[in-house]
Write a protein that binds this ligand. Sequence first.
Ligand code: FEO
Ligand code: CA
Ligand code: CA
Ligand code: CA
Length: 633
Amino acid sequence: MAKDFDTMEDSNRSGNTSIHQVSDPSKRISLQLLAGLSLLAQTAWAKAQNAAASASSRLNFQALSPSLEDFVQVPPGYRFNVLAAWGEPVGIAGNMPAYRADASNTAEEQAAQMGMHHDGLVFFPLNGSSTHGVIMTNHEYTDDGLLHSDGIENWTAEKVKKSQNAHGLSAYEARLTERGWQMVRPSRYARRITLDTEFAVGGPAAGHRMMQTAADPSGKRIKGTLNNCASSMTPWGTYLSGEENWSFYFAAGEAISPHHKRWGLRAKSFYQWEAHDERFDAAKHPNEPNRFGWIVEVDPMDPLSTPIKRTAIGRGAHEGAWVTQSGDGRAVVYSGEDARFEYIYKFISRDKIAPGGAAANRTLLDHGTLYVARFDADGTGRWLPLVHGSGPLTAANGFADQAEVLIKARQASDALGATKMDRPEWLTIDRDNGWVYCTLTNNTNRGQDKHPSVDAANPRANNTMGHIIRWRDENAFAGDTFVWNHLLLAGDPANEREQARGNIQGDFFGCPDGLSIGPGGLLWIQTDVHSGQLNQGEFKRIGNNQMLVCDTTTGQVKRFLTGPNMCEITGVSFTPDGTSLFINIQHPGETPTDRGDPKYPNQFSSWPDHIDDNRPRSATVAIRKIDGGVIGW
Ligand code: FEO
Ligand code: CA
Ligand code: CA
Ligand code: CA
């Protein structure tokens, strides 16, 4: 979510960053990192350097220039088609209401249509196919100026319901045809998950007193999910999605508790649902916010399955979560919180991943250990366990039990002295060499008055451009120590503002967000620059948001795709054979006012319909090479 961050205050006031402060971190890291690299890492690095010399077919496409056009552009030799835009029926048999361009679809109709503002997505192949599958996608938030034909005027229960029904997740079936990728409708896989869908709760916080409400005294059944941002596929074939900026949905009233304050709740909510749905009035229902901020797991192949909130992974403004397998077969889950000065986490399951798919791993993510990252200035780091009773995580310090440690994961990480990061967005794992990458999208408060100063891992004050950090855990993802460095600092190396200068080799960009290791180990980077954060010259040179590819063996970056005006590029997923790539275009024409302006729904974009007075729509874009080859090679 790009909008609103520039005005949002960070809520982390703990004092634990200064221990990482160094005088000139950018110069110290490379030397100290080499000294800190394990022998294994040094061997892998040397191997990678050798591989680079022979990898002439990497990034084998013509790079695009930055663009300020209201179109999607891809390199020569590639083509794309648009599918599954906001408002298209997802394909539920007998319930496929057509999209109406004047936004007059009812709340009930919206519950059977693609939601708004697509974010993360995953392609799940059917029977291993690369031409037929189920796509599950997140609908992060609503722009209510666009969602309702008369915008936010006359705020009604029907509008709140429509906004809630435009949130959540969609699953739809898709097939490659002569007209590119198309939705298959009706489909037995078609599903909408909204604020009305019942979720179960798994892990230590299930049933805890802080999870109990008047509507759910059990603390184990939660209605819905919201602000779902990034997503991923688990090794056992399920979908993981993060509930990111859930705090914007709750009105805490004037007397905000220290707990709610630490999580960024405010007196009034941003979405104003509480006017017609009392559970979002946190003054009346103070435990309801504790039921959001979790990683949710869904089985995309069973539309009747109950999705589950996985509390063992910890609560946060999670962008998403990404899973790999440790050397001894356990699930290792990395996640971060996209908020200024928040943290990066790792969870290791108690049990091994079982063969047999979703059914065989139904409780795998409910048992294990959660850790938070500390990045030290010498290029090493440590995973600090968030375990009740260890160190400061005791009842005397406000953590009565493990559930409370997880519900108050931010407070626990503050107490442990974890490193406060510059808004961790997506992560991706290179299973071939063990590097885990994380985008740190930006943090304009870094180094500012009354805010934490720079540290080795977050080396730029007023960080408008962001950077990409990577680490390599000891013991095949399972160790509690790691080595780390920066893949790159984003921004134009020749930028007039010194603090915004990057060190990218090749095509420059700002504010990395989406991130994925694709076919052959290439690193795909998607951007979410908020134009208001740049000066005019920077905006013109960087252009609209875009997707680039990095050859991590050389550091070379090439621009692969440019998006329409005021959009964000997100949601990267490939077919198993690497010949189709799916992304989402989020919020084309993002309106400059907080909640959208109904008078100017298409002031900045009319993508993808390009019809006068049409509302811009978030949509999925499917990309293919004309010769049918592997994307990026
Ligand atoms: Fe939903 Fe942090 O982007
Ligand atoms: Ca966004
Ligand atoms: Ca994001
Ligand atoms: Ca972002």
